[in-house]
Design a protein around this ligand. Structure first.
Ligand SMILES: [Fe+2]
Ligand SMILES: [Fe+2]
Length: 248
């Protein structure tokens, strides 16, 4: 029995493909087939696979049906977290998603799932990268205060959701945590963030994240150990569609 993770499948079995990189970059060519084969080779029905957001280009549940069928047919238990492109996922209706897909797919937000003696907790997260204006020398020459205020609101909302997830697990006696975020936990300067602080507060052992795809972005955030936590990027193209083993 093992725990695996990967993110950013960006499936499009029944919806238009919107990313040019996905059309051009070789790593995306037939990526659904590559991923399916890798899962068949690596995973057993006893395993758990966490899909860390950006599942589908579909804009509604109806437009994601074929993508969900593909995910449901992968081996093992499948747990999905929310990515910035997951338009099908109304944040207020995660419970309804869990009812509708009961026995096939589980949706992680404001709740948690058990894996051995661990609680799998998570939320979409949010990475605040600016918004500053740079001159040709890379010096900050302006700041968009409205965008900054908006970003702070998004971060606050995601932190509330994440705390609910941690607290639900804690209330049930869980003391060991693996944290899943879609967005990277830090900005590109790898500065501490409210998300790294919460991971430390609850003693999460690993923080797994995605969203950084395309080679130029693979190093946009922390990888490796910091303050006792392992940070691991699991974007699908970074992993070449081979799910990462998070725990045995
Ligand atoms: Fe993505
Ligand atoms: Fe994303």
């Amino acid at each position: 029995m093992s725990l695996y993770a990967i993110g950013d499948l960006h499936l499009h079995f029944q919806s238009p493909l919107k990313a040019t990189a996905q059309k051009k970059d070789r790593v995306w060519k037939n990526h659904e087939e590559t991923f399916k084969k890798n899962c068949a080779r690596l995973l057993t029905p006893d395993d758990t696979l966490v899909l860390v957001g950006d599942h589908s280009w579909g804009r509604s549940l109806a437009e994601c049906e074929a993508d969900f069928r593909y995910i449901a047919q992968l081996p093992g238990r499948k747990i999905l977290t929310r990515g910035n492109h997951d338009m099908f996922w109304d944040a207020a209706k995660t419970g309804q998603l869990n009812e509708r897909f009961a026995g096939q797919l589980s949706f992680l937000q404001n709740n948690y799932f058990r894996y051995r003696d661990y609680a799998l907790v998570g939320t979409k997260g949010y990475t605040f990268e600016g918004p500053f204006y740079l001159n040709a020398r890379g010096r900050v020459i302006g700041w968009d205060e409205r965008a900054e205020a908006h970003a702070k609101k998004l971060v606050e909302r995601e932190l509330q959701r994440l705390r609910l997830s941690f607290e639900a697990a804690r209330a049930d006696g869980c003391r060991r945590f693996i944290l899943f975020l879609h967005y990277p936990p830090t900005n590109i300067l790898e500065e501490d963030s409210a998300f790294t602080a919460m991971a430390e507060e609850y003693g999460a052992e690993q923080v797994i994240y995605a969203h950084c795809h395309g080679e130029a972005r693979f190093h946009d955030s922390i990888q490796g150990e910091k303050n006792g936590i392992q940070y691991r990027l699991v974007s699908g193209d970074y992993l070449k569609w081979q799910p990462l083993k998070v725990l045995d």
